[in-house]
Design a protein around this ligand. Structure first.
Ligand code: FES
Length: 291
């Protein structure tokens, strides 16, 4: 069985769901502002993959430097850097993990356990090095590197196979026709409430959502960028001073003006369509295409 198949099997194991749930609730109980900072909502990009570069890069580099005796003091500095950077990286990952589906949460729990073990080994390595036990320190750090590498494979599977952190709206947008799409008469759109519309895609209709405010219409891909929640079932609300379209599933709020996330867990923007009126009908298309 391939590595992907093994991880998919693990993602189906529900045995530990009850044990995982308290940790999830604890993360979800953090203040919204803290969670949004950790998600990367302010950045318009998931923060976790940005932060993990530091511990991973530091620890891999330390492994190389440890192989060259005169460079071992520098390896110790890098290991310390990685240990310090692992904490915010773990917190951002935990925030994202707490808002994912069950399969991702199961693998994420395994990912967290492995990373905690690796972090413990690296801390032990620093202690050993500080006490002059260099050989033990190197054994512990290489063991940590091995576990962290395995854990990175799990994290990669969560991103690439389970699409955690990916923009589900961007995926839907790629399937949508680039032509102008007729969303129907302006008068058929309810005032200040999201309405479902569809556009032609590659063999399947792509859900769109339109919000009318007077004569202005803002149109978006209808699948939430976080996990494809149905935005037409959401609401229009003011969030942090911006008129937003709020997802009914996890409460992400997207600025009606530009689709930027104003509240998480979404960190990716919502794909927005440009609109124009034609004989009283609303026309929309993905921006950047000539008529
Ligand atoms: S699907 Fe999670 S906030 Fe929309």
């Amino acid at each position: 069985m391939s590595l992907m198949g093994i991880l998919d099997r693990v993602a189906d194991v529900a045995t530990f769901d009850k044990a995982i749930e308290p940790a999830r609730r604890a993360v979800q109980s953090l203040p919204d502002a803290v969670k949004d900072a950790l998600h990367g909502t302010w950045l318009g990009h998931p923060l976790h993959p940005v932060l993990v570069q530091v511990p991973v890069g530091s620890w891999v580099s330390a492994g190389l430097l440890d192989a060259v005796p005169p460079l071992r003091p520098a390896a110790t500095v890098l290991i310390g850097t990685g240990v310090a950077a692992a904490v915010p990286a773990a917190l951002s990952g935990a925030a994202d993990w707490s808002e994912q589906g069950s399969g991702v949460r199961r693998l994420g729990a395994l990912h967290a356990l492995a990373n905690t073990a690796a972090l413990g080994l690296y801390v032990g390595s620093l202690v050993a090095r500080g006490r002059g036990r260099g050989t033990l320190g190197r054994v512990l750090s290489y063991a940590g590197l091995g576990i962290a590498t395995g854990s990175a494979a799990i994290g990669g599977h969560m991103s690439y196979a389970q699409s955690s952190g990916a923009s589900h709206a961007a995926t839907a947008a790629r399937a949508l026709s680039t032509d102008w799409i007729d969303l129907g008469p302006l008068d058929d759109l309810p005032e200040g409430r999201p309405a479902l519309r569809t556009g032609p895609g590659a063999g399947v209709d792509v859900p769109l959502v339109a919000v009318r405010r007077g004569t202005r219409v803002d149109a978006f891909i209808g699948a939430c960028s976080h996990l494809s929640g149905p935005l037409h079932e959401g609401a229009v609300e003011e969030v942090r001073g911006h008129q937003c379209l709020v997802c009914p599933w996890h409460g992400s709020a997207f600025d009606l003006d530009n689709g930027e996330p104003r509240r998480g867990p979404a960190a990716n923007p919502q794909e927005k369509l440009e609109t124009r009126m034609e004989a009283g009908r609303v026309m929309a298309r993905l921006p950047g295409h000539q008529r």
